[in-house]
Design a protein around this ligand. Structure first.
Ligand code: 13P
Length: 288
């Protein structure tokens, strides 16, 4: 199946009280592991690409070529959206041009008027080209690709202003942060989430920083209107741990254990296991 935008899968998720996972990709192994797992579990999936990862993978055209090639060769029939994660205004335009099916414009660091003006312009372009678009209000904490945020809680009235521009999905800061959560993390602000959901109605809400959020908080967030959950670091940690084990056990020194197809295999299996676990938790299995 060719790439689809994220509108239909997220509208269904919001109505059905489950969430679709956005898993960020870093290379070919990552992409293949996520696509095969989504297919195996009959789940829709969103592949997230940060601007840094896009650059690392030789640019957006390369990413589109790789993903489209895999959809065909691996016979992927579940809905797959290719989504720019935390895009700048310029990055969003470049991805639209390259053939992504969905973009995020992160204008959360602009004053609200500027965030509104830029989001509005991109909404019009996406509408014309049939792409879905995610906007953000209230920056997500932690560090991602050099973008550092303090983890603020979004103002529900500002969320409504952005939602009313016709975006497909809205990321609202609710105390969530990218990367590992610190020991003294206060947890998600369900008060903020409930207020945002009340103001934005049927708008699918996006929870960033999915790594390390306890399962009960994930379930509560879904019950309060979260329909898309982003996971990146957790797959990276799973890959790292499995690769470290392979090398520490000296397996790279045995036979042809140095072959990258063997050396990277445990890491790939670890990514698959993480994605499987998240799809179960988010409730999107068999929702393709
Ligand atoms: P984590 O790396 O914390 O899972 O966050 C991913 C994310 O929100 C991507 O936008």
């Amino acid at each position: 199946m060719p790439l689809v935008n994220a509108k239909e899968m997220l509208t269904k998720a919001k109505a059905g009280h489950y969430a679709v996972g956005q898993f960020n990709i870093n290379n070919l192994e990552w992409t293949k592991a996520i696509l095969l797992t989504a297919q195996e579990m009959n789940s829709p999936v969103i592949l997230g690409v940060s601007e840094g990862a896009g650059k690392y993978m030789c640019g957006y055209n390369t990413v589109v070529g790789m993903v489209e090639g895999m959809l065909e060769t691996l016979n992927i029939t579940v809905p797959v959206a290719l989504h720019l994660d935390h895009g700048s205004y310029e990055g969003a335009k470049a991805c639209i041009e390259a053939g992504f099916s969905s973009i995020m414009f992160d204008g959360s660091h602009y004053p609200i008027d500027e965030n509104i003006a830029k989001t509005k312009e991109l909404v019009a372009i996406c509408e014309e080209k049939g792409l879905s678009i995610e906007a953000e209000v209230g920056s997500i904490g932690g560090e991602e690709d050099g973008v550092v945020g303090a983890g603020e809680c979004a103002d529900p009235d500002e969320c409504k202003m952005i939602a009313d521009l016709g975006v497909t999905m809205l990321a609202a800061g609710i105390g969530n942060i990218h990367g590992k959560y610190p020991e003294n993390w206060a947890g998600l602000s369900f008060e903020t989430l409930a207020a945002v959901q009340e103001k934005t109605g049927t708008m699918p809400l996006v929870l960033h920083g999915g790594t390390g959020i306890p399962a009960d908080m994930i379930k509560k967030a879904i019950s309060l209107g979260v329909s898309k959950i982003n996971v990146n670091t957790e797959c990276q940690l799973a890959f790292q741990e499995a690769t470290r084990k392979y090398i520490e056990e000296g397996k790279d020194l045995q036979g042809k254990g140095f072959d990258p197809r063997k050396l990277l295999a445990p890491g790939v299996e670890a990514i698959k296991a993480t994605v499987r676990e998240k799809i179960e938790l988010f409730g999107s299995a068999n929702k393709a």
